[in-house]
Design a protein around this ligand. Structure first.
Ligand code: WTA
Length: 659
């Protein structure tokens, strides 16, 4: 494990700029400072109150928290509910059916406005169609779709039936999709012919075909949305068009009541080993914290706000802050299929002006990209509707924070830098926009109801001004209930580093006020453009290529993407690589990783080396490789078995190859 406090982040803590919320904002804010005291006085009772207040229960719960099977929590376990009912039907029943739920904006400029009443019909039809394909309560459904309304309908249709969904990001490869389908034993896969990406249709169905050709005995049907009108190959009996089964289905469907601890979804995320972890979340606790955080952190006013979270539904942010949080709260939101620069670099700002977006939630990597494009681009659009800005996915550097505030937020909208993980299910550490005096670059304080700390190697809480490991010290409602099919791995990964503390895998510091600053991962997980990637997974992909004998991967600092993948490989002497020019070898290996995992995992650089730096016990010293990749003086190499290795590597360093 690397030293969480290493890496030149000291300067972050000299930050002394402070941004208190304006008096006007405070006067209308949902969350007030007394929430902290209330939650601290009796944390479970606080959560029970949120659960009763924000969620509609079919059977009210009596039990709040059962921690007797720790580290597997049970929240509100004797209650029953349905997630889709909470996200859709109850708003219609309360007379809000005409409110817009989704303003969909396709990349090509096509739009669709979906009210809550429309959503109820669409979700019901989809649920009936899935049921006709054999999906019942407890069955798993894999979803491999672009960010189109059907993705939201399908997730909610699954929730309506009580069939856990497993959304696989459309940028993942057939190989990655295959392993996820197998692990979850999905009965149905929902996909599209393709989606629009950077002005062109990109295919999805071929990846599903390829994944299923590898063998997936659990899959009975593939439900295919027509989005791009591309040619697709077809397996009779297995494949069905959306238009053939969903469109004609009845729009009446009764949501299935499930127990609060019924699994709502599985979402795979990278861990420190090669095999992705199927993080699974249950219904009652997850929905409670999704709704609570969405309401308070973003100060949502469902009647007047227009909310936009730019995440794809393939990630946890898309689950909690595109689908469940906003819809359970009855919000009006924008969803956008495409990229920020298609057809022009002002596209996001144009969308904000068009819909009058009031709350924007995005990732630092996107902000840094827009900074690079220049502030004259957002300046061409009216962004004055924005009143709250959120950030998620990686530490936000103070320059990006200040730019976000000034250029996008007109120097008035509070910024909430929200720390959380796939595993935590919902936001854990964040300012409250009407309470906290914000500091550029710090996520600052655990939310009311959340207990976090920074500890040293011996699990002792560090004093203010010191660094260590971020831990969560009390169970929270939206916490993962485990790793699908592997509860031992759940315990080993999160609960073995420190006794009775959830180890998040992040390094952190407390400043002199006790505010928390996140310093990045301390394990072998990288964060590229806010996406989690495992070094081991990419190394396995590289060594699966016949040319590669050995590989080591590191995450190097990158101005735009936060980190970038840099791979060091040793080639096999006997393989075709020796006859191939070096740049072709590198291109071939970069593409191989893209094919095995997905384009997001494609290394920025592949460096061919003769040796890798190893300790006498044979462990690769990635720290030294990171020094090389970041063009730094190589650090202490005295524990290397052969200390001349680093000189050889540094000499062989070539120019960047990313495209
Ligand atoms: C990182 C995304 C600093 C962190 C919601 C965490 C952050 C990992 C922040 C989880 C933030 C997320 N500041 N780091 N505001 N938000 N992270 O599972 O390293 O895709 O462990 O969930 O992202 O990534 P995941």
């Amino acid at each position: 494990m690397s030293d969480p406090t290493a890496g030149g982040l000291e300067n972050l803590l000299s930050e002394d700029r402070r941004f208190p919320p304006s008096a006007e904002f405070v006067a209308q804010a949902n969350a007030t400072a007394d929430l902290y005291a209330w939650a601290n006085a009796d944390r479970p009772a606080f959560w029970a109150e949120q659960a009763r207040e924000l969620i509609s229960w079919s059977t009210p719960f009596e039990q709040t928290l059962d921690w007797s099977q720790a580290p597997v929590a049970r929240w509100f376990a004797d209650g029953t509910l349905n997630a889709a009912y909470n996200a859709v039907d109850r708003h219609v029943e309360a007379g809000r059916g005409d409110r817009v739920a989704l303003h969909f904006e396709g990349e090509a400029g096509d739009t669709r406005t979906i009210t809550y009443a429309d959503l109820q019909r669409e979700v019901s039809k989809t649920a009936n169609a899935l049921a006709s394909l054999g999906v019942g309560t407890g069955d798993r459904v894999a979803i491999y779709l672009p960010l189109i309304p059907e993705a939201v309908f399908t997730m909610l249709a699954c929730a309506r039936i009580g069939a856990p969904h497993s959304v696989v990001f459309g940028g993942f490869s057939a190989e990655a999709l295959h392993s996820r389908i197998l692990d979850a034993e999905a009965k149905v896969v929902v996909t599209a012919d393709g989606g629009f990406r950077r002005g062109a249709p990109s295919a999805l169905k071929p990846a599903v075909d390829e994944a299923l050709d590898k063998g997936a005995p659990s899959v009975q049907h593939v439900l295919v949305v027509q989005r791009t009108q591309q040619e697709v190959s077809w397996t009779e009996g297995r494949d069905v068009w959306w238009s053939d089964v969903v469109d004609p289905a009845s729009d009446q469907h009764t949501p299935v009541d499930v127990e609060a601890e019924h699994p709502l979804f599985i979402l795979y995320t990278s861990g420190t080993t090669g095999k992705p972890k199927g993080i699974f979340h249950t219904t009652g606790g997850y929905l409670t914290q999704a709704a609570y955080t969405h309401l308070n952190v973003f100060d949502l006013k469902p009647e007047t706000d227009v909310y936009w979270c730019t995440a794809d539904i393939g990630w946890i942010t898309g689950h909690t802050y595109v689908v469940y949080g906003p819809l359970v709260n009855g919000a009006t939101q924008v969803i956008y299929e495409g990229t920020p620069d298609t057809p022009h670099r002002g596209r996001w700002w144009e969308i904000i002006a068009k819909y009058g977006v009031t709350i924007l939630y995005t990732a630092p990597t996107a902000i840094r990209t827009c900074m690079k494009w220049g502030e004259e681009i957002p300046a061409q659009f009216d962004l004055s509707s924005l009143r709250v800005l959120g950030s998620v996915g990686e530490p936000i550097n103070p320059e990006a924070w200040m730019w976000y505030r000034r250029v996008i937020g007109g120097d008035k909208a509070p910024i909430v830098d929200t720390w959380w993980q796939t595993e935590t299910g919902a936001i854990m550490i964040s300012p409250l926009p009407g309470v906290t005096e914000t500091k550029p670059g710090s996520a600052q304080v655990p939310l009311p109801g959340v207990a976090a700390d920074v500890v040293d190697d011996e699990a002792h809480s560090v004093p203010n001004g010191s660094g260590g490991y971020l831990v969560l010290t009390e169970p929270w409602p939206a916490m993962l209930r485990g790793i699908w099919g592997d509860q031992q791995r759940y315990k080993d990964t999160y609960w073995s580093r420190f006794q009775n503390l959830y180890f998040a895998g992040d390094g952190a510091k407390k400043d002199d006020d006790g505010d928390i600053w996140l310093l990045g991962r301390v394990d072998d997980v990288m964060n590229v453009s806010g996406h989690r990637l495992s070094t081991t997974e990419i190394e396995s992909a590289l060594v699966s290529h016949p040319w590669v004998a050995e590989a080591a991967v590191v995450g190097a600092n990158d101005e735009t993407t936060g980190q970038a993948v840099v791979a060091f490989v040793i080639l096999r002497g006997d393989a075709g690589a020796s006859q191939t020019p070096a740049d072709e070898v590198q291109a071939e290996l970069r593409n191989h990783v893209a094919k095995e995992i997905g384009p997001i995992a494609k290394p920025r650089q592949v460096l061919v080396v003769q040796e890798l730096p190893k300790t006498r016990s044979g462990k690769i010293m990635r720290r030294l490789l990171r020094d090389v990749a970041e063009h730094r003086q190589v650090g202490d190499a005295t524990t290397l078995a052969d200390s001349s290795v680093m000189d050889l590597i540094a000499q062989g360093l070539s120019t960047p190859q990313s495209d």
